[in-house]
Design a protein around this ligand. Sequence first.
Ligand SMILES: CC(C)(COP(=O)(O)OP(=O)(O)OC[C@H]1O[C@@H](n2cnc3c(N)ncnc32)[C@H](O)[C@@H]1OP(=O)(O)O)[C@@H](O)C(=O)NCCC(=O)NCCSC(=O)/C=C/CCCCCCCCCCCCC(=O)O
Length: 719
Amino acid sequence: MARYELVKGSLALITLTNPPVNALSSAVRYGITEKIKRALGDPKVKAVVICGENERFCGGADIREFAAPMRGHSLVMLFDDIEAGEKPVIAAIEGVALGGGFELALACHYRIAHSKARLGLPEVTLGLLPAAGGTQRLPRLIGIPAALELITTGHHVSAQEALKLGMVDQITDENACKMAVEFALRAVAKPLSSRRISTLTMPCPPNLDALFEAVTMQVQKKARGVMAPLACIQAVRAAATLPYSKGMKRESELMASLFSSSQARALQYCFFAQRTAGKWTLPSGAQWSNIKPRDIRRAAVIGLGTMGRGIAVSLARVGISVIAVETEKKLLETGRQMVIGMLERDAKRRGVTASLYLLQFTLSLQDVKDVDIVIEAVFEDMSLKKRLFRDLSKVCRPSTLLYTNTSGLDVDALAGVTDRPHMVAGMHFFSPAHVMKLLEVICGPRSSSETIATAMSLGKRMGKVCVAVGNCPGFVGNRMVKTYTDQANFLLEEGATPEQVDGALEEFGFAMGVFRMSDLAGLDVGWRIRKESGLTGPDVDPKDPPHRRQGHRYSPIPDMLCEQGRMGQKTGCGWYVYEKPGGTEAKPDPLIQKLLEGYRVRYSIQPRKISSQELIERCLYVLANEGFRVLEDGIAVQPEDIDVIYLFGYGFPRHRGGPMFYANMVGLGRVLDRLEHYHHAHPDVPHLKPSQLLKKLVACGSPPIQKWKEHIKTMHSHL
Ligand SMILES: CC(C)(COP(=O)(O)OP(=O)(O)OC[C@H]1O[C@@H](n2cnc3c(N)ncnc32)[C@H](O)[C@@H]1OP(=O)(O)O)[C@@H](O)C(=O)NCCC(=O)NCCSC(=O)/C=C/CCCCCCCCCCCCC(=O)O
């Protein structure tokens, strides 16, 4: 796990060998400890270089080991030994030096980084803090403000930024290990005392209290209820106010308070869930590792509305040439200007040249005949989409793959009108498509594995987190979200206010509650979908009373708002009132209060005081319940897929892990009990009826989430 070589007669080269990221597992910690001891004890050795195999220094502690109490060699002791040693130790950083990996580098006397390396202390994103001396050494090296920023956000920095901040001593375009060996030979003659970071005097700014207060407020605002960033601040404060050994003690105490917290467990689950979700498998046995995706160079985007523009930008910025098609000159020109502006702003932010030469705008569908793929992003109107897919069949060469960006319509129905149903699938981007990280890839029953592999690989190339899901109305994300918004609406009918429901959800950790989110997205989006599915508008069965549709409880309140022109932020009012159309400051609106009171009187609903507990349970347990149904129906293959969709597409708080992980944390038995209770109280809401899978899991003793897949296997997969 760590290789030892003597080079140039007097240098010990220690190489971490734990692919893929040389994580500091117990075996690696043992290996380094032994090799360092050997190097420091060997009189032939004058200096030591530490590097990582496969051009990666080290990705940090082995996160998998955090599931159990830490055993084996201590990083803190190892790092203290390296720093205190009388021989210069140089870290040769290629690829990454993250978390414990960067802390290892901080314990070394010098750091040489390759110009493409990335460095940082991302522990906070895992619900932890850099507890191998990171919170004590980094502020001593680069100052408190910069260290606080890096430690509380977990941001990685480039080698160039690291050099500017003083995190590394030198950067190189050559092999960092080779450079470090040459550097080490020169370092032998130099004194080490000023190179031991733990002994440096802390550079303290005068207004220390004000600085810590400001950062605390910033963190509390950005990550409400999240523990780790606050613990990071306390640890850095200890570095600023206590001697090193006492600061280390404080760092360790704070780490102990985080280590087995539910937030740390959730955040570490998110890390692995994101990686698990990318590894798709189809019932045929085709999977991410055995199907080669097509190489995509030319794409067409049909429709230059909000979605189409974002998709065009996402494609062009990764070097794919894009033909964007619109039906009217004015729409085309507006779209063209918007796409160019977005691409230019994006390039400016990234310090690169905008790849405008990759863009072509046209009114003629014929122009897409030679592209590798088409992504359709027209209105959510099935007949319009069908017409387009028929035309695309005729226009495109036989090898062109066709994707739809529908947010919930039947992908197979579109495939069915083409001459190539196996080459059709869904690519459901989230708005704005050039910003949002999630991509749901929808596998129709006839989609080929190559069609899916290509969508997943293209999504990854565009920087998206991709999840393969089955084809059903709303797929995974929107199918589930309907149950959540329905509950929120029912809660209004029963006595809650939008600000009460949103307050509870925001307290739980959502950046925005359901009603504020709906105002931001526009109430007309859901209205159009409800009209299309006959839940409101002229297609409603006249026998249905206003609060019942298709045999179930229905809340017409959102439709009433739309009928009054209250479409959300864009019209200056929706569930809240705003300072102006397009305004963002949501204020409770007395008119909504009146509307709700009138509604309750009309339908003889006695309003009641609803507790935050009920608000959260009804909104979130119903969401997880639908998630269990999604798994049961084979629309998603594993709970991680659902959680990743909710983390990246719907703003579910990461420190809660996602709806399925949250249900697991609460306890499946409790979730089942509460759903039974609420379903008993509201028998006309079928989504509150506990799913078969939930019952099955509880009957099996509520296995941990990683084991659910074994119980789902018996059911039918739609992927
Ligand atoms: C940027 C990356 C490193 C690489 O990215 P990429 O190239 O895209 O590759 P990935 O797909 O992400 O990863 C490839 C596979 O590698 C796995 N992986 C990656 N990193 C790790 C890791 N650190 N540990 C384990 N596994 C890792 C990944 O899952 C992939 O596997 P697979 O193919 O899916 O199977 C990127 O991977 C990345 O960002 N990685 C994470 C970097 C990171 O966050 N590092 C910080 C880790 S935490 C840390 O370092 C902490 C240090 C302090 C330790 C102090 C210990 C003291 C403990 C005291 C405890 C006191 C409490 C006692 C209480 C008690 O016990 O009672």
